[in-house]
Design a protein. Structure first.
Length: 276
């Protein structure tokens, strides 16, 4: 059962109804955003998005002339599409509109240049578990964002999971590299674990099922336990046992930790390159 949110906007336009945009829209409606308050702009809406909008009563691709200036304008398109979309989107925002962007790498300066009419800007980076309301979002508010607008942004972002605010915009690229891209790292871990099981002699289907359940169960335990990840790891590890033998490999000088630092650094570097 989801609690209804406060501080929801009286008008909101979502630009981009892909996986992340659709997940956010579903979350907003779930916590109490009025369908009449929302409009979605997506030139190539998926069948799922079209069905959701029709079922919930959300306007999909209304004429831009009829929309006016919303209280909140949410950009959930590909970062590379901002330049092409800017001319049509710019008239939607005025100085009272809060722009919420989930575009990786696009800075406040980039967004101000693309949509100069807007004032307050929030950069946010949710991740794929937002689709099951278990997302992790990092957010940054420009100096123009009022306390009331920040509360509104927080309510919208919390509709799909936890929200962590940062005071330095530069940290959003690090958030993108860690939690924004992080689900892919976890999924790849499940792939690698299954492949290792096959190499150890297990049938492929069995290895995949065991790896998937292990990663999912461990994630759920991590989510519900008060213990730190390191303590949970120690709780699984008996001195001189099988887990300890495996961890000697994973925790060696050239093991998982340096590889993960390299991967996150590469993602952060790419996020910076996307600014333009």
């Amino acid at each position: 059962m989801f609690e209804k949110a406060t501080n929801l906007p009286s008008s909101l336009i979502l630009v981009g109804g892909g996986k992340m945009g659709s997940a956010m829209l579903e979350g907003w409606l779930r916590v109490g955003l009025s369908a009449d308050a929302a409009s979605v702009i997506d030139p190539f809406p998926s069948t799922d998005l079209t069905t959701m909008c029709a079922t919930k009563g959300v306007a999909l691709n209304p004429s831009l002339d009829t929309l006016g200036h919303p209280e909140v304008l949410v950009l959930a398109i590909k970062p590379q599409s901002l330049g092409d979309a800017a001319d049509s989107l710019a008239p939607l925002a005025d100085s009272r509109t809060m722009l919420v962007s989930v575009l990786a790498g696009k800075t406040v300066a980039n967004l101000q240049a693309a949509i100069p009419g807007c004032g307050a800007i929030v950069r946010a980076m949710p991740n794929l578990p937002a689709s099951i309301a278990r997302g992790a979002t990092g957010a940054y508010a420009s100096s123009e964002v009022s306390s009331e607008q920040r509360a509104t942004a927080n309510s919208l972002l919390r509709a799909v999971g936890i929200v962590e605010w940062v005071d330095d915009e530069a940290l959003i690229d690090a958030v993108t590299a860690l939690s924004g891209s992080g689900p892919a790292y976890v999924f790849h871990l499940a792939e690698c674990l299954a492949e290792a099981g096959v190499a150890a002699g297990l049938p492929a289907d069995l290895a995949r099922r065991l790896a998937r359940a292990t990663v999912a169960g461990s994630g759920q335990l991590l989510a519900t336990s008060d213990l730190e990840a390191g303590q949970l790891r120690e709780n699984v590890t008996s001195k001189g046992g099988t887990t300890a033998a495996a961890l000697e490999v994973l925790m060696s000088d050239d093991g998982l930790a340096p590889l993960m630092r390299e991967a996150v650094a590469a993602a952060k570097k790419r996020a910076g390159e996307l600014s333009g």
